[in-house]
Design a protein around this ligand. Structure first.
Ligand code: 6GU
Length: 282
């Protein structure tokens, strides 16, 4: 997957070099390109914002700068990535794929003839980012994130690109961040860990809280490791029993109990068809 991020703080994304995302990048599964928005300004102060029409507090990000930045980033990616080593976008990289250059991230997705990125604009006024949305993004070969500072981006930018690409305005929760950068980190990590080959154990994705299927609308219950007793706290005996059927049943009970206690509104969303008699007793 190719990911482009345009921001006035590209250095904010240093954590993507670390841990699971760092490994995914080293392996060529995640191909992240960071861009400094101010590179597309033309004034000496490299201005990206201006006062809002209609008045009010704060500043709004200027449309011309974003427009030039997004056009340039897309054009550069389609041309094969001007920043040298970066593998090009799949589809645009047909020539590259035809050359049979092995081991490049571009090859892996060189199947679909993809032409344009899915554009994601983080904003507290967007649609909620959920595990379902993460799974949807994980299927995309190319994501372009446009995190804003200040009061947001001039709305005409979303209108303009909305007629050319899929543009999603997305919120990661009901609170306000100082800017969209932290939200992009959250989304890239949630999506990145779902990409094939990133997690050591693919089964762990299915067991996640919120995962479609058995864990849909359920919180994962408690987990334990050795030693069996620690500071007077014992691991629940059933987990040491070796009865896989009983253990699965216990885990489901715990998930139901925890969800009822911490997220009662999620319980209401459980599919009644998927509940058995035992579930109802929990
Ligand atoms: Cl995506 N952006 C900002 N600035 N604040 C947020 C958010 C996004 N999601 C929740 N709060």
């Amino acid at each position: 997957m190719r990911v482009d991020i345009i921001s006035i703080f590209p250095e904010y994304f240093a954590p993507l070099d670390v841990s699971l995302m760092g490994k995914a990048r080293d392996r060529g599964i995640l191909d992240i390109h960071l861009h400094q928005l101010r590179d597309w300004t033309h004034d000496v102060h490299r201005t990206v914002d201006d006062t809002p029409y209609g008045g009010g507090p704060g500043m709004v990000m200027k449309p011309e700068v974003w427009g030039e930045a997004i056009d340039a980033v897309i054009a550069e990616a389609l041309a094969g990535g001007a920043d040298a080593a970066g593998p090009s976008v799949p589809g645009a990289g047909e020539a590259r794929a035809d050359l049979g250059v092995p081991g490049e991230a571009g090859d892996e997705a060189a199947h679909e003839g993809l032409l344009l990125p899915r554009m994601i604009v983080p904003t507290p006024s967007g649609r909620p980012f959920t595990q379902e949305v993460a799974l949807e993004y994980a299927k995309e070969p190319w994501l372009l994130f446009a995190p804003a500072r200040y009061e947001g981006i001039d709305s005409r930018v979303m209108a303009e690109y909305g007629s050319r690409l899929r543009v999603d305005e997305v919120s990661i929760g009901d609170y306000v961040l100082a800017g969209g950068e932290a939200a992009v980190l959250v989304m890239v990590e949630a999506v990145g860990r779902l990409l094939p080959g990133v997690l050591g154990n693919a089964a762990s994705v299915a067991d996640d809280s919120f995962a479609p299927g058995a864990m849909e609308n359920l919180l994962e219950g408690p987990v334990y490791t050795k030693p069996p007793s620690w500071r007077g706290h014992d691991v629940p005996e059933i987990l040491l029993s070796g009865h896989h059927g009983k253990i699965a049943r216990w885990r489901r009970d715990e998930a139901l109990r925890r969800t009822a206690a911490k997220r009662p509104e999620l319980l209401a969303r459980l599919d009644p068809e998927g509940l058995d008699k035992r579930d109802r007793q929990v």
